[in-house]
Ligand binder design. Structure first.
Ligand code: NAP
Length: 290
């Protein structure tokens, strides 16, 4: 049976790991805190005491952890996956990491005879649990072909942007634009509230008018209602993505990325005040009266 090691069982990774079980793979799982693995173990996953133990004998290792530091730790840290991976096996990074980190991991893992591809995703946790993610891949075409059997259980759309690192370039652009839209929406909603507008009408007009991007549609009613129940992308993760994206923008653009920097500043405040809360709660910060 084909063996996958899945590392990182947070909001996204938990559902993704379950998809491999549903698809009939032998699945070894590791997470920093074991409690999140219990129901997967009950469904047939094998608990590993470290990323290295999970990766031992695996045909592919898939990671879905928070950021660059977590990614480096699970690939190359003490008892990291790279220590036991079979020569030629696949290292599939689904975490959103910085562009430089993706390039560094590709180089360091290639130096150990492994194939690293970046495969950050779009889609919320419910899409992760149902195999409906969009996968943003950076890989040589031949490496992507080898990886496809391991991508099929988790995503229904694969967008191949080019060589390793390019999936992450697009993901960071996408999430920086999202950060700008959500922070700007919070300011618009707060202005409308303080001007005394009918907020049901405002929510409807925003979600159906010319600025009705999927982010505006998703967040406008939630912000107006102050209802942040359901699947979540946290303020800390949004800040991390925007900061990685601005670092990339600064390396690519002639001038400073002014809107991107403003979004990083807005989410730095949200991260300080409510790191593990939904990113849409930006409205609560913006709407405080002077
Ligand atoms: P999450 O629920 O906060 O989970 C983060 C995961 O990273 C957990 O498994 C956590 O372990 C692990 N982790 C954090 N620091 C670590 C470290 N130093 N060493 C080892 N493991 C560490 O986040 P998420 O929402 O699943 O997001 C995971 C990744 O997907 C992030 O890169 C995020 O940007 C990206 N993403 C998220 C969404 C979304 O809607 N949530 C959508 C697309 C992409 P513990 O459980 O022990 O804390």
């Amino acid at each position: 049976m084909t063996k996958v090691a899945f590392i990182g069982l947070g909001r996204m990774g938990h559902g993704m790991a379950g998809r491999y079980l549903d698809a009939g793979f032998s699945v070894a799982v590791w997470n920093r805190s074991k409690a999140k693995a219990e129901d997967l173990i009950a469904r047939g996953a094998n608990w590993a005491s470290s990323p290295a133990e999970a990766a031992d004998g695996a045909d592919a290792v898939v990671t879905m952890v928070a950021d660059d530091g977590a990614s480096r730790a699970v690939w190359l840290g003490e008892n990291g996956a790279a220590a036991t991976m079979k020569a030629g096996s696949l290292a599939i990074e689904c975490s959103t990491v910085s562009h430089q980190h993706a390039l560094d991991m590709a180089r360091e893992l290639r130096g150990r005879g492994l194939t690293y591809i970046d495969c950050p995703v779009t889609g919320l946790p419910q899409a992760a649990a149902s195999g409906k993610l969009t996968l943003l891949v950076g890989a040589d075409a031949a490496d992507l072909d080898r990886a496809r059997p391991y991508l099929a259980p988790i995503g229904d759309v694969v967008r191949h942007f080019g060589a390793v690192g390019t999936g992450t370039v697009f993901k960071l652009i996408n999430n920086l634009m999202g950060a700008v839209q959500i922070a700007s929406l919070a300011e618009g909603v707060a202005m409308a509230e303080q001007a005394g507008l009918d907020m049901n009408l405002v929510a409807d007009a925003l979600a159906t008018g010319a600025v009705a991007s999927p982010q505006v549609i998703r967040h406008s009613k939630r912000m107006v209602a102050r209802d942040f129940s359901g699947a979540s992308f946290t303020a800390a993760l949004r800040h991390k993505d925007a900061a990685y994206a601005v670092a990339l923008a600064e390396s690519l653009l002639a001038g400073p990325p002014l809107l991107g920097r403003a979004a990083v500043e807005a989410y730095a405040r949200a991260k300080t005040e409510m790191p593990d809360d939904d990113e849409g709660r930006m409205i609560e910060i913006v709407s405080r009266r002077k």
